[in-house]
Design a protein around this ligand. Sequence first.
Ligand code: FCB
Length: 468
Amino acid sequence: MSTQPTLRFPDGFAWGTATASYQIEGAVGEDGRLPSIWDTFAHSPGKVADGDTGDVACDHYHRYPEDVALLAQLGVTHYRFSLAWPRIQPDGRGALNPDGVDFYSRLVDRLLEHDIQPWITLYHWDLPQALEDAGGWPVRDTAERFAEYAAGIHRHLGDRVADWTTHNEPWCAAFLGYADGHHAPGRTDGAAAVHAAHHLLLGHGLAVNALRDQGARRLGITFNLYPTDAASDAPADRDAARRIDGLMNRLFLDPTLRGSYPADVLTDLAPVTDTAHVRDGDLAVISTPLDFLGVNYYSRHVVRAGEAVDRVAGDGRPSHWPGSADVEFVKRGVPVTEMGWEIDPDGLYEMLTRVWREYGPLPLYVTENGAAFADEVTRENGEDRVRDEDRRTYLERHFRAAHRALSEGVDLRGYFVWSLLDNFEWAHGYAKRFGLVRVDFDTQRRLVKDSGRWFAGVTRANGLVGGD
Ligand code: FCB
């Protein structure tokens, strides 16, 4: 087997893994942390599979030194993680909680000791419950509170952390949280979801301005983007594709990178809400220039006009989504992951080239990509192994798709695999395993899967080595 990379990524390419606070930290009641909307949601009967909660999760709050050692073993240059707002500012306003700040400060230091660049996401869905009680993202004040929290924590970590993203996947926070109710806070109110989307973006813009004023150098946001195809050329199906592309992609890309909402989407949403919540000057704030865009990519959508089926998020779709209640999501019969998500590496290439062409030039990062599969632990020669060839192949095909975009001129700067660890997969609980590292949730023992061993080779070679 040749040791020369057969596919080389540019020098300085960022290789990382990604996680999120509520999905891994546990320690939900420790050191002053107060509940987030996900604590409340997970503890509400019937909301999460098997009644799972993030109470313990991967116990990362206590085991972070071990987890940073695992990152070093994987050879990553960067680690993307999110900050728990209710740990840092338990009520969502006012003074910061020194113990919460201290946890992240220690994590950052530990990463830097291993020469791993911390990459911070300020919001990965764990809104302090107190702010939801005051109206949540549908109310404007939450955007102001978010900017205040962002500025506060940046004052403590900005000296050591160069890369900051505001939100992870505001589409999910708005539409899964407030329209179809499959995510926290579990509301089913289309207008509230549209207002939430706007205030998430406004909070992003306010935070970017605040951090810029404090000298932040590299700022961005992460969107989950989906190529969206019509199931046929029939005008009604093509219109269904336009509407879903509008709601899931353009409703976020356009205001952030062009400074305007897409007119067709506003028309689609008009039966649900007017635009009175959008004030003069908001779009200028939202479109404050960024240094990069993070793209999370998992799959493609194929849709047709038809009857909506409301199933669990990530599977069926929409009935409660405003502007798309009659859109049906079609399965093409191609191989899927354990989430039921179709495996489609070309979609990553398409999304990166599209964003670059239509919204660039702007440095891009794949901030999440990965797959859940039904892993098995096998005992071989006295050691435990997870031979997850399915996950390795999935990643390799997506890395190749990203490289294709690179070779066509897209300024792709890095790639974060979701996820470092098996973790609390939101409404699916612990049943879906995305990690490069297996977690035994009874013992908290970590075991690097074969995909993780392979990924360590990729990060060290800065590419795919011959024979991969
Ligand atoms: C993304 C989320 C992340 C994880 C993956 C599988 O939508 O950002 O937290 O759940 O999906």
